[in-house]
Design a protein around this ligand. Structure first.
Ligand SMILES: Cc1ncc(COP(=O)(O)O)c(C=O)c1O
Length: 303
C-alpha cells in the first residue's frame, strides 16, 4: 500500500517526517484547532480522484474558525488547489484520506486569535473490516459534551478529548464502539460517527440539537434516503430505551463510511444481523462517493 511522502504546511510541501509545530503554540496548549477528515476516492476508471463533498467540509471548517474567533479564513478554491497538489505529490495508487487541520500556530494568551496556520496530510485508509460483519456498541457512562460548554457541532480538536474517554471505556468493556448520551440522557452520537436506527420501518436519527457534530455523511444519508424511498428520515430526540428496541442500526461518517451495528449493550439489534435498509444505504453510499452512479455530481469535486 502507498505511504505518505509529503505533507503540506501553510501551502508548502515538506517531507512527511519533518513537519513540526511549536509546543507552545495555542494549537497544542489550548487545543485551538479545528479540522476536517475528507476522502478522495479514485474514480471508477482509476484516472482521477473525486473529493467527496469538499465544499461542505470547507464550510464546516470555516464555521469552526469563526466560532473559535480565529483571524481570517481560507477560501475553498485555495484549499482545493492545495489538496490537489498534496494528493498528486504523494502518488497514491488507491483511495486517499485527508486530514486538514487549521490552528493558531503562535504562542500567546487564551484569547490570542492568530497567526493561523494549516496542515494537510494525505494518507491511505482502507474500509473498516467491521463494515461487513457489524459492530457491538455499549452506551458510555461518559456524557456527550453540551453546546454551551464545548460545541459539538463544530469539528474542534478539543471535542475529541470527550471522544477519547468514551472510546477507551468501550475498549475496556469489550465493545467495538460506544454511543454517548446527552446530559439530558438522550441519545447523541458515537465518538467519531453519527447514529441512525430503524424502528417499525422508520429511519430515525438524533436531531441537530442532540449535541452531535453537523455531519456531512449524515446529511448525505438524509438526502439519499428521501430520494430512494420517498420518505423522510425522522430527525428527533431519541430515548435510550429505543436503542434496545431498534430493528436495525448503523453509524456513519467520512472515515467510518456506513458501519452496521448488530448489538447495543449486549442486546441484539433486530435479529443481530445487518438489516436491509442499512445494506441498501451502504451500497448506495459506496456508489455515490465513487461516482459509479451519476446522481449528485455536485458532491464530487474531480481533481
Ligand atoms: C463526533 C463525530 N460525529 C460524526 C462524524 C461524522 O462526520 P462526517 O460525516 O462529516 O465525517 C464524525 C467524523 O468526523 C465525528 O468525529
Amino acid at each position: 500500500m502507498w505511504q505518505p511522502k509529503l505533507i503540506m504546511m501553510n501551502g508548502e510541501l515538506v517531507p512527511f517526517d519533518e513537519a513540526g509545530l511549536h509546543p507552545l503554540s495555542l494549537a497544542v496548549t489550548y487545543a485551538a484547532t479545528v479540522f476536517e477528515g475528507l476522502r478522495a476516492y479514485q474514480t471508477p476508471d482509476n484516472e482521477q480522484f473525486s473529493l467527496f463533498r469538499l465544499a461542505e467540509h470547507i464550510r464546516r471548517l470555516q464555521a469552526g474558525m469563526k466560532l473559535l474567533r480565529f483571524d481570517g479564513t481560507y477560501e475553498t478554491d485555495y484549499l482545493r488547489d492545495c489538496l490537489t497538489r498534496l494528493i498528486y505529490a504523494n502518488e497514491p495508487d488507491g483511495d486517499v484520506y485527508i486530514r486538514l487541520l487549521v490552528y493558531i500556530e503562535g504562542a500567546g494568551l487564551m484569547s490570542t486569535t492568530g497567526p493561523v496556520g494549516f496542515t494537510a496530510a494525505a494518507m491511505p485508509r482502507t474500509r473498516p473490516k467491521l463494515g461487513d460483519t457489524g459492530l457491538s456498541l455499549g452506551v458510555s457512562s461518559w456524557q456527550r459534551l453540551s453546546d454551551n460548554a464545548c460545541p459539538p457541532r463544530i469539528k474542534s480538536t478539543a471535542n475529541y478529548l470527550n471522544a477519547r474517554l468514551v472510546s477507551h471505556q468501550a475498549k475496556a468493556d469489550g465493545y467495538d464502539g460506544a454511543l454517548m448520551l446527552t446530559p439530558q440522557g438522550k441519545v447523541s452520537e458515537a465518538p467519531i460517527a453519527c447514529f441512525f436506527m430503524v424502528r417499525d420501518g422508520q429511519l430515525i436519527t438524533p436531531d441537530r440539537s442532540s449535541n452531535i457534530l453537523e455531519s456531512i455523511t449524515r446529511d448525505t444519508i438524509l438526502t439519499r434516503y428521501r430520494e430512494l424511498t420517498g420518505s423522510r428520515v425522522e430527525e428527533r430526540i431519541v430515548d435510550r430505551s429505543e436503542l434496545y428496541l431498534a430493528d436495525e442500526a448503523f453509524l456513519c461518517g467520512t472515515g467510518q463510511e456506513i458501519l452496521p451495528v448488530t448489538s447495543i449493550d449486549r442486546l441484539p439489534v433486530g435479529n443481530g444481523t445487518i438489516g436491509p435498509i442499512t445494506e441498501q444505504l451502504r451500497q448506495d453510499y459506496f456508489a455515490i462517493v465513487r461516482g459509479s452512479v451519476p446522481d449528485h455530481p455536485e458532491w464530487r469535486t474531480l481533481i
